[in-house]
Ligand binder design. Structure first.
Ligand code: TGC
Ligand code: FAD
Length: 398
């Protein structure tokens, strides 16, 4: 009997299960383009940007130039890329920095998606092509100072006055707020509905001061939105959404991107820790030769492999139209927790170098504290999954 001998392929530590074969050529090409952009344009400077608390505007324009804003949406000149291609993009962006991924997530999955899903044709034509090209930046205002996990208790109010709406209230922790040309603001109407409104920069009574002193996600703008008797025309309301389902449906999109993004942060820290462990000599040997270090590295490879498989599976389901919000919740809670474990463990391998911005690890560790909280906290997603498993609502309100 003839035997065939296959040359063993080298194991790639960053893709231990060789999951690359599960991707199409097009998906790989998009991923490689984003990876190269991050390597060349972001990694050399991101430590400084994080330290200074900035994300240069030209970088945002370059992200737009790559066609990443709203890449997974279709029509209105948008690329209509697959959910998996979008997920791979989020992974590579967050391997650079979660702030970069957030900028893209909020623009495409929250602000553009809200208009794409719930807007009128006129609103879509006006905003979507411009937002895709980066000519207009958007933000998504749901959270308030006293309403985060429970947005149904929002106080921002919209009153109908003739053919106008008059908005009053405040939003808090809003990514991209200060740099936005258009804010999607969710407010309760006199009729008790929850409606989305497009509030343009420069509208009298509207301001978006930046929030300072964050020690997480520093390469991303976070802002308050202040609305004091902001008068906007009737056609600035998104006609398709009238309940909390409107904003929550947008969150599914952004949460899906985080399922992938978290794996990117984990991979970046693992990559750094592995090279560091091979080179750092302690007690006469590289620390990679010690069992305790190898255990840390093996656990990291396991977590990254598991997270990648979850993300890819959810992505394939999303492309088939079968993905459920509760499944996204499971992916977000699992992958963010896994990434936090990987990055904290990587930090220990780097010793004192693990606490300086000369290396990427502490930046990812700090960023993940925001990722754990935004787009639904770990506890909120635990309760979403718990409710799906048991049928019991344990949020505290009947
Ligand atoms: P509940 O009564 O369960 O639902 C109200 C209506 O919404 C529907 N619904 C959903 N629809 C689509 N997708 C989902 N995931 C949905 N979850 C619920 C539901 O069917 C119902 O529809 P209808 O037609 O019957 O009215 O609502 P609740 O008030 O009990 O709240 C449920 C809960 C706690 C899960 C929800 O409030 C929640 O998800 N809270 C977390 C809030 C959150 O994640 N905020 C994120 C703000 S945006 C952000 O953080 C951006 S960070 C961006 C970055 O920089 O990357
Ligand atoms: P709270 O809701 O006050 O929760 C406090 C704690 O209580 C948490 O641990 C929570 O899990 C826990 N908790 C709440 N309910 C329960 C319960 N039933 N059982 C057990 N524990 C519970 N929002 C936007 O709308 N748009 C944005 O662009 C945006 N960008 C953000 C960017 C950054 C950097 C950050 C940090 C946040 C951003 N957010 C944004 C806000 C984010 O979505 C909220 O912070 C988040 O939803 C949690 O709300 P909260 O901070 O008010 O916490």
């Amino acid at each position: 009997m003839a035997t065939t001998t296959q040359a063993p392929t080298a194991l790639d530590p960053l893709d231990f299960l060789a999951l690359d074969v599960l991707l199409s050529d097009e998906e790989r090409a998009i991923r490689d383009t984003v990876r190269q952009f991050i390597r060349e344009r972001v990694l050399p400077d991101i430590g400084d940007w994080f330290e200074q608390g900035i994300l240069p505007r030209e970088v945002i324009q370059e992200l737009a130039g790559l066609g990443l804003f709203g890449m997974h949406l279709d029509g209105y000149g948008l690329p209509g890329a697959s959910a998996v291609a979008y997920g791979l993009t989020c992974l590579e962006l967050e391997a650079g920095d979660a702030g970069i991924r957030s900028t893209v997530s909020v623009q495409g999955s929250l602000a553009m998606f809200a208009i794409w899903k719930w807007g009128s044709d006129e609103q879509k034509e006006r905003w979507l092509p411009a937002m895709h090209r980066g000519e207009a930046i958007g933000c998504f205002g749901l959270t308030e100072p006293d309403a985060g996990s429970d947005p149904g208790t929002m106080r921002t109010h919209a009153r109908r006055d003739g053919s106008d709406w008059v908005l009053n209230g405040a939003k808090m922790w809003i990514t991209n707020g200060t740099i936005s040309d258009v804010a999607v603001v969710w407010a309760r109407t006199d009729a008790g509905e929850i409606r989305g409104f497009l509030v343009e920069k420069g509208t009298p009574g509207f301001s978006a001061p930046e929030i300072h002193k964050k020690i997480s996600l520093r390469a991303s703008v976070t802002s308050e939105l202040v609305l004091q008797d902001v008068r906007i025309p009737a056609d600035a309301m998104l006609p398709g959404a009238s309940t909390l389902r409107g904003p929550l449906s947008c969150l599914n999109e952004a949460r899906y991107g985080i399922v992938w993004g978290a794996v990117g942060a984990a991979r970046a820290c693992f990559d750094e820790a592995l090279s560091y462990a091979r080179e750092r000599i302690v007690f006469g040997k590289p620390i990679s030769a010690y069992q305790l270090t190898q255990q840390k590295l093996a656990e990291m490879a396991l977590e990254i492999s598991r997270g990648s498989l979850v993300a890819l599976h959810l992505g394939r389901m999303k492309d088939q139209g079968t993905l459920r919000p509760e499944q996204v919740s499971l992916g977000k809670m699992g992958n963010v927790r896994g990434a936090m474990e990987v990055c904290r463990s990587a930090r220990t391998i780097l010793g004192a170098n693990g606490v300086t911005l000369e290396y990427p690890v502490i930046r990812h560790v700090n960023n993940l504290e925001s990722v754990l909280t935004y787009e639904g906290t770990h506890e909120v997603h635990t309760l979403v999954v718990g409710q799906a498993l048991t049928g019991e609502n344990a949020f505290g309100r009947a």
